[in-house]
Design a protein around this ligand. Structure first.
Ligand code: IPE
Ligand code: IPE
Ligand code: MG
Length: 260
């Protein structure tokens, strides 16, 4: 069963976002400010991940999706790409057991074929080990691109259900093929590091996601910074195309009844 679509159904409001998606940006600048190599920033970035996973689990967030490596990050200098791959491998080796002990379900989205076989098998093992966990679902987006996601979903749908193509494809048909089909759409998007762009993250899934940008660099993003993002989220009126009056009436059943 896939989750409802925000363009077909209006999601129930909630104070704590059910799904938080983060572009963890600013590791390189964090390191540069300290006259350290970029790699030092990426290492500190992994520590920030640990803290934010913990904070999200404690706050009752159901799904946390972290952009770790984009399909465009291969354009970086080869030695930086190699170091990022080493860090990815080390994180899989060292963190998966801890995630499992904490009841966290691990998922990876993105095209896996270009990764080293060792990384690919650790991903598969980590996902299998934690598949039955019922706590936070932690998704790592690695070699992920929003356009890739839409295209891979369309291609698989076309291959498996050629009958659908003639009748016209609806959202419900496409949804099970998107790489995040197990998760609701993100309620809150956070980008650290000051840039105000989507950088090919969850393009389809973020149709009605609340956007939050902060200048804080990812290695400095902690539980307190996350709380600020949540406070901003709580202050938003999520209209999903309706008027403010309609939103207020739907939050107050007595008012809604009077209007009908
Ligand atoms: C984000 O930090 C991490 C990855 C993209 C892997 P950056 O490495 O992009 O840091 P800045 O943007 O150069 O500061
Ligand atoms: C986006 O950050 C991708 C990740 C955080 C993994 P980038 O630093 O790669 O984004 P651009 O290049 O500034 O858009
Ligand atoms: Mg960056």
């Amino acid at each position: 069963m896939t989750h409802p679509s925000s363009t077909l159904e209006i999601p129930a409001p909630r104070d704590v976002p059910r799904h938080v998606a983060i572009i963890m940006d600013g590791n390189g600048r964090w390191a540069r400010q300290r006259h350290l190599p970029r790699f030092a920033g990426h290492k500190r970035g992994v520590e920030a991940v640990r803290a934010i996973v913990k904070a999200c689990a404690a706050r009752g967030v159901g799904f946390l999706t972290l952009f770790a490596f984009s399909s465009e990050n291969w354009r970086r200098p080869p030695d930086e790409v190699a170091l990022l791959m080493q860090l990815f491998l080390a994180a899989l080796e060292n963190e998966v057991q801890k995630l499992h002990r904490n009841g966290i379900r691990l998922k990876l989205i993105g095209e896996r074929a270009p990764f080293d076989p060792r990384i690919r098998s650790l991903i598969a093992e980590g996902e299998a080990l934690t598949a039955g966990n019922t706590g936070l679902t932690l998704t790592i987006a690695a070699n992920y691109g929003g356009r890739w996601d839409i295209l891979q979903a369309m291609s698989r749908l076309a291959a498996e259900r050629p009958d659908m193509l003639a009748g016209g494809i609806g959202e419900q048909e496409l949804a099970p093929y998107l790489s995040t089909s197990y998760a609701p759409e993100p309620d809150l998007f956070i980008r650290t590091g000051g840039e105000r762009r989507a950088s090919n993250f969850l393009l389809w899934q973020m149709a009605y996601t609340e956007l939050y940008f902060t200048d804080t660099l990812w290695p400095d993003f902690d539980g307190a910074a996350l709380e600020k993002a949540f406070a901003s989220y709580r202050s938003r009126e999520r209209r999903f195309g309706r008027t403010s009056e309609q939103v207020q009436a739907s939050a107050d059943p007595a008012l809604a009844a009077r209007r009908e």
